[in-house]
Ligand binder design. Structure first.
Ligand SMILES: [Ca+2]
Length: 382
């Protein structure tokens, strides 16, 4: 949902940002305490005055950069009035509180020069680590009943739901601290390459706030407008979020249960096939025309017989189990990994349009599933 990866070969949509860039920005650390000696006190006072000066300048610049009078914002307000019956003055007031966030522009802008080549092993190592596996095992244990209920209702395995929440936000620990209204207004009005997409998301945020009876400025999340535990964009919250603990409201900030149901519903709505495989490692014969097969795209369109004829099979030599895509995971200086991605692999890429992303989710899910299996066997032996 965060669409924070970039995988040109396997992309059907332009993604929002680059994979190599962390999408979570932390707030600055609190100021260091200074020992109260006289000269230090003086220094503190001077630094304080300087800080206040910088701060007031910052506030001034930000105030000038609000969106109340932005030309494009005016058109947007008129559109919201005409299509959704928003009150013009009220919306003007709301957008006057949205601040231009230069950091958001910096984070979304692709690097001018191509950086280091993409590395699957580099990407993978960020998600297949001890913290995420142990955190996921804990999260699963804590929400066992709700995960089982989601699996039963939507047909999506618990480990896949846990893995997505793990990859997105480390089980709710890194949900981002950008004010969503300001981030989306900045992208909608000051980032022309993606203005259309982000105007739709700003529109969705305003509609969501109205539906939830919340102040539009009360939401926070990633620099690209993704919210809470599962990092849903506002349009996805409106389309796919479910009130899974049935307390009368959807809450992604403090309620992992709503996130569990919503992730499962999202994958279900995008065509998850219960009990079907996600992906398996491929074996490639030397004569296989790998480039053409990979170029067939991320949607599983290659018939098992086509792949067999080309010399592509599962690792055990069997023909692919179903229509598949051939996924190539490149790491500079290493042999490329090839995988057969099935329908459910494609469904994971609907959450984030990248094969690196989908493979990380799949591998983390498998690691969590095996870990639980081992724990269950140990518990039985005790
Ligand atoms: Ca709820």
């Amino acid at each position: 949902m965060t669409l924070h990866t970039h995988d040109p070969k396997h992309e059907t949509h332009h993604s929002v940002a680059d994979a190599t860039r962390p999408h979570i920005i932390r707030s600055p650390a609190s100021p260091t305490r200074i020992t109260p000696q006289p000269w230090r006190r003086l220094r503190t006072a001077l630094l304080g005055a300087l800080g206040a000066g910088v701060l007031s300048m910052g506030v001034c610049t930000n105030a000038q950069a609000s969106y109340a009078d932005h030309h494009e914002a005016q058109r947007f307000i008129e559109d919201m009035r005409a299509r959704h019956d928003f009150d013009t003055a009220e919306l003007q007031n709301t957008l006057a509180r949205a601040q231009r966030e230069p950091r958001v522009i910096r984070l979304i802008t692709p690097p001018a020069r191509k950086g280091a080549p993409r590395s699957w092993q580099g990407y993978r190592s960020r998600f297949l680590d001890r913290t995420r596996i142990e955190g996921g095992t804990r999260f699963w244990r804590e929400h066992e009943a709700e995960l089982a209920r989601a699996e039963q209702q939507f047909g999506v395995p618990a480990e896949v739901i846990v893995a997505i929440i793990g990859v997105e936000t480390l089980y709710g620990r890194n949900t981002g601290n950008f004010e969503t209204l300001s981030a989306l207004a900045t992208l909608a009005f000051d980032y022309p390459p993606r203005a259309e997409l982000f105007r739709r998301e700003l529109e969705s945020l305003l509609l969501l706030a109205r539906e939830q009876g919340r102040d539009p400025a009360s939401y926070s999340g990633s620099y690209a407008g993704a919210l809470g535990y599962p990092q849903f964009l506002p349009s996805s919250v409106r389309a796919y979020a479910v009130d899974f603990d049935a307390n009368g409201r959807i809450d992604f900030e403090s309620n992992p249960v709503d996130a569990i149901g919503s992730v499962a519903n999202y994958l279900h709505a995008h065509g998850w096939q219960p009990g079907a495989p996600v992906a398996e490692r491929a074996r490639i014969a030397p004569q296989a025309d790998v480039a053409t097969l990979v170029a067939a795209g991320i949607e599983p369109a290659l018939a098992p017989e086509t792949l067999t004829r080309q010399g592509v099979s599962a690792l055990d030599g069997d023909a692919p189990a179903a229509l598949a895509t051939l996924v190539d995971l490149e790491t500079p200086g290493e042999e490329t990994e090839f995988w057969l991605g099935y329908r459910n692999f494609y469904v994971i890429t609907r959450y984030n349009r990248s094969s690196f992303y989908a493979m990380s989710v799949f591998e983390l899910a498998e690691a969590l599933r095996l870990r639980r299996l081992v724990e269950a066997i140990r518990a039985e032996r005790r």
